[in-house]
Design a protein. Structure first.
Length: 349
């Protein structure tokens, strides 16, 4: 594989960790940040202490605050900005991106006001087909990737050749394995909604409800993800893979997870504003809860876990009452679609 210049936008924890993978694969990596002090810290001290304390950044990565320097002549551009900043970052980069550059994003969330997926936002701002934009997702904590712990992820694009190009860019035989998937809608939806369920898992653990409760939350959370994803045009098989159940498990069970930690703090009675201030980094699940709450109604999809978390985050419902509301729901079948088929068969018979 020919080595490439790759621009990584921005220098948060996940962007920095993915930059390391690219540098380890021999590519020339320029990591863009708005913060001159952060760029200086990366270039001189080989550290990014705010986002990845104690981790060493290899020499193959250079940081810059100059968007033109980062993006011009780059053969691949990787967007890893928070969902709320994606449109602005894409707009700044648009004039410098080569027409033949591979465009990838690794952000898990929706645009809050428009409810659009990140690949749609990039398509609009960069003026290129959404089919050629690659989504990178899966069970992957930056804190482990930066230390070269074995990790497996998925890259998705409707144009499978683009996904395969991203696979070649990131995959190595020592610690980073990459699969492809043509279902970018499913991969993006799963990556966004699992953050909501992780908030719930942290809340459940913070309340001391134990493993039984968390297992049920994860399982029923996956059902909500699949329900909304299918309504948005995803292939339900995607949710049984790395971007679905894989990412859901790792985000709901690890203290590396910002969303899990935020949920745990909420269980202690801290108000949302204080939780976010203490975290000091973006907690995508909070914004995504608001987006998914609206999307569920738009698509006529039932999402009881999301509804209760919305009530906790934005309506002041005590966490314990939210759990009681979930446990007290009207009895139903586990797999309603199968039950509906059985009922239909009985009627026809």
């Amino acid at each position: 594989m020919a080595l490439k210049k790759v621009a990584v936008l921005v220098a948060g924890s996940w962007g920095t960790a993915l930059a390391r993978v690219l540098a380890d694969n021999g590519h020339r990596v320029l990591l863009w940040t708005r913060n001159p002090a952060q760029a200086d810290e990366i270039n001189r001290l080989r550290r990014n202490e705010k986002f990845l304390p104690g981790a060493e950044i290899p020499e193959g990565i250079a940081a810059t605050t100059d968007m033109a320097e980062a993006v011009q002549d780059a053969e691949a551009v990787l967007f890893v900005s928070p969902s709320s900043a994606m449109r602005d970052v894409a707009r700044q980069a648009a004039g410098y991106i080569r027409e033949d550059a591979l465009v990838i994003h690794a952000t898990k969330g929706f645009e809050t006001d428009s409810l659009k997926r990140m690949s749609t936002v990039l398509s609009e701002e960069l003026g290129r087909s959404e089919q050629h934009i690659v989504v990178l997702s899966g069970p992957s904590h930056a804190e482990e990737v930066i230390r070269r712990n074995p990790t497996t992820i998925v890259v998705a694009a409707k144009e499978i050749a683009c996904a395969e190009a991203a696979q070649d860019l990131f995959m190595n035989s020592s610690y980073f394995r990459v699969y492809t998937n043509p279902d970018s809608v499913g991969v993006e939806t799963a990556g966004a909604i699992k953050n909501i369920i992780a908030l719930g898992a942290g809340l459940s653990d913070g309340l001391g409800y134990g493993d039984n409760a968390k297992a049920a939350l994860i399982t029923r959370g996956l059902a909500e993800i699949a329900r909304l994803g299918e309504a948005m045009g995803a292939n339900t098989l995607t949710f049984a893979g790395l971007a679905g159940v894989g990412d859901l498990i790792v985000t709901c069970t690890s203290q590396h997870s910002r969303n899990w930690r935020a949920g745990s703090m909420l269980a202690q009675g801290l108000p949302l504003d204080e939780v976010l201030e203490r975290m000091g980094m973006v907690v995508e699940g909070v914004r995504t809860t608001k987006s998914a709450h609206v999307l569920a109604r738009r698509h006529g999809v039932e999402m009881p876990i999301t509804d209760q978390l919305y009530a906790v985050l934005f309506e002041g419902r005590p966490p314990g009452q939210a759990v009681e509301a979930l446990m007290g729901r009207v009895k139903t079948h586990e797999i309603e679609e199968v039950a509906s088929e059985v009922r239909r068969g009985r009627t026809l018979g």
